[in-house]
Design a protein around this ligand. Sequence first.
Ligand code: ADP
Length: 468
Amino acid sequence: MATKMKSRWADDEEDAELEAQRKREKEEKKRAKAEKQRKLDEQAAQLRLQEEQAAAAAAESPSNQRELSSRPSKRRRLSPEPTVPQTDLPPAKLLRFPGAEWKRCRSVEDYEKLNDIEEGAYGWVSRAKDMTTGKVVALKRLKMENAQDGIPVTGIREIQTLMDCEHPNIVTLQEVVVGEDMSKIENIFLVLDFLEHDLKTLLEDMSEPFLNSEIKTLLLQLTSGVNYLHNNWILHRDLKTSNLLLNNRGQLKIADFGMARYFGDPAPKMTQLVVTLWYRSPELLLGAEKYGTAVDMWSIGCIFGELLTKEPLLQGKNEVDELSKIFELCGIPTEDAWPGFKRLPNARSLKLPKNPATHGSVLRARFPFLTSAGSSLLTSLLALNPAKRPSAKEMLDHPFFAEDPKPKSTAMFPTFPSKAGQEKRRRRGTPNAPVRGAAPDINAVDFSGIFAGREDEEKGGGFSLKLI
Ligand code: ADP
């Protein structure tokens, strides 16, 4: 009890002391505030005086008089300016940093549509004329699949990679234009250089294949474009004859960058659902998540074969069939020739024949008219082991291009009637690159499952691939 009383008394004393302290502090603050306000008023008065003096001086000049009278009156500055001594120096300039230059996209209405070139499963390409310049271009509408979240990634990559590329063997993206209703993604169009042909349509319409000298010119141009891409860390991932354009001056340009992407060193994990089946490398078919430039080199090998015969080289019906066709032509992978291939996701369930054919022998037999240099180049491009395929740079230096017949100069290239110039191109059933994000092809995903579930032999083009 006593403790409680004492405590309360003591508290009251302390409270009184605290109260007095608070009052002193309050008084102190009040004084400081009044002093600050006095200083501010002094400075403001000084500023007003300076402004009045400056205005009076300026009013003496007639030109300034005009300017001043047209200027809106300024709001009076309430905060004091830092006390900068008045000098005769010109006023300090603000540093200006140039921002990104935003330019509004032109409208597709600025182009007059001449004719459709291609209306594929996903895309739409037309020949059109720029009404300002009269220049004929190709208008490509962005693909729509999986676009519910905005511009599809294929479209973004196509624009991004094409904008970064400048090479005679890569199609030029002139600009991106939009339709009236910009809220619709399908109203975004790429304006590309127009080329009269694509190699696929051309090969289908030719009675005879290209001459060897012409094949060399085409391959050199293709490889030169691919070399540029790889040097700039871009994988195309959908090289095929329908994506190679040719103009009437014999110039080849790589098109369709919807599957393209930047890569790095070491290669990042990437989807295997890329490259049209007939041009897809064995490492992709076996489920490799890390791959590199060699996937494009494989496709170049397939294109080389197609240029020689006018027919796609490896026309598998599905992934299993494609692999079996590859093994039939290029041999069975062995641990010696392709160390580590068995660790690839879809290779674990493969049961392969014990006595594989030697790589190259079947291939040489299939192209008997190819010189040994040509045959060695094709064989190396179609090496099962991606590490054994030449780089684009190595391919450009290959002796095949130095031997007779020499590559034909583009100026001497034959011209062909252009289908794209007049009518729509209609394809015979050529598969497309896998659609990103779409329900994947069951064979691509359940590959190992299909293998594991089969006890018998899966027949593919006369070649047996034993699967467990
Ligand atoms: P998609 O991505 O829909 O497959 P592509 O870019 O591959 O579209 O073009 C489809 C077809 O349109 C090509 O095979 C070619 O016939 C034609 N094409 C594409 N770009 C051009 C172009 N710049 N000039 C002429 N024809 C073109």
